[in-house]
Design a protein around this ligand. Structure first.
Ligand SMILES: Cc1cc2nc3c(=O)[nH]c(=O)nc-3n(C[C@H](O)[C@H](O)[C@H](O)COP(=O)(O)OP(=O)(O)OC[C@H]3O[C@@H](n4cnc5c(N)ncnc54)[C@H](O)[C@@H]3O)c2cc1C
Length: 285
């Protein structure tokens, strides 16, 4: 339970961080909240020779409104998102999602940037940022770029992030009158999703769903958008029968995993149930 030895560096600027990453590309790990990295190092599943602690870099630890968007710094913790009055008013899906992550200790240390960079297939932020059409800002040697949440995750713990890049912020929309919800089924022991469903939808006065986006986590090697469900429901007046038949489409063509928490058949069924519940929760919220 003791990590291997490493050189530790805590720069004050993003440019110094990027420089360090470039110099030690194959053997360096960024340290944010340490909630995923440190257990891996203690079990010697990860043995970096260099640790780049980004915790002292200013400008990565704020939540700010910018036009119709909110910019969340990569170092913002799950607990800060949970408690943010600005987010509760302007993008409540995020605080709601944060409350479902792990326990108080993990939420106090773990960061949204670290969680997204880690790309855990059962992580809770990926489906939420997909449902929100959020974008991720990364900074590297060649400058900065914004990546759509839908395009960020490639597979098990892998993303489009280059070895010299740091996740610096997440841009989410102010959701205004849109209805949102995040529901997940998770074992008590870890809190990680067996399935998690994030929904953002717009309803008009006649009860027609003009727009809907769903992100799902826990089922396969990465979170994904349930596009078939979205296509079945957009432009329709929603009732239980329609929502239930659309929910079945959430796992079509999805290679659902199985593990100690459930068979793929169980996960499929649970997903259908949670898609229905999440949409209904959003409609009532
Ligand atoms: C007991 C337990 C239960 C948990 N339950 C849940 C859960 O229910 N839901 C959930 O979503 N998560 C859960 N987690 C994971 C938790 O949310 C972590 O906080 C998160 O996955 C990683 O964030 P971090 O800031 O701790 O990153 P770290 O552990 O510091 O880093 C994780 C990885 O990302 C890289 N990295 C970190 N920050 C950046 C950055 N800014 N740019 C580029 N790369 C970066 C690191 O090099 C490392 O490879 C759990 C963790 C534990 C220990």
């Amino acid at each position: 339970m003791i990590p291997g030895s490493f050189e530790y560096y805590a720069p004050r600027s993003l440019s110094d961080a990027v420089q360090y990453l470039t110099e030690h590309k194959d053997d360096v790990k960024i340290l944010s909240g340490g909630q995923s990295l440190l257990p891996l190092m203690k079990m010697r599943l990860s043995k970096p020779g260099y640790i780049l602690d980004i915790g002292r870099i200013s400008g990565l630890d704020s939540i700010a409104a910018e036009g119709d968007s909110l910019i969340i710094g990569a170092l913002i913790t799950h607990a800060q998102i949970e408690d943010s009055e600005l987010l509760k008013k302007q993008c409540p899906l995020l605080p709601q999602t944060a409350t479902t992550i792990a326990d108080v200790q993990v939420r106090n240390r773990g960061t949204i940037g670290g969680s997204i960079a880690h790309a855990d297939p059962a992580g809770d932020w990926p489906p939420a940022i997909m449902a929100l059409d959020a974008e991720i800002k990364v900074v590297g040697l060649n400058g900065e770029r914004w990546i759509k949440g839908d395009d960020f995750f490639l597979g098990l713990m892998t993303s489009v992030l280059e070895p010299d890049e740091v996740v610096s912020a997440i841009r989410v929309p102010v959701t205004g009158n849109d209805k949102t919800a995040y529901l997940k089924a998770a074992p008590r022991s870890s809190g990680f999703a067996v399935v998690g469903v994030a929904v953002r939808m717009a309803m008009d006065a006649a009860g027609i769903c003009s727009r809907i986006a769903l992100g799902i986590t826990g089922l396969t090697d990465k979170a994904f958008r349930a596009s078939l469900v979205e296509q079945m429901l957009a432009g329709k007046k929603l009732d239980t029968k329609l929502i239930e038949s659309a929910a079945v489409e959430s796992t079509r063509n999805v290679d659902v995993i199985e593990d100690i928490n459930g068979s793929s058949e169980y996960r499929r069924h649970l997903t259908h149930v949670y898609v229905v519940r999440a949409i209904q929760a959003a409609m009532q919220g």
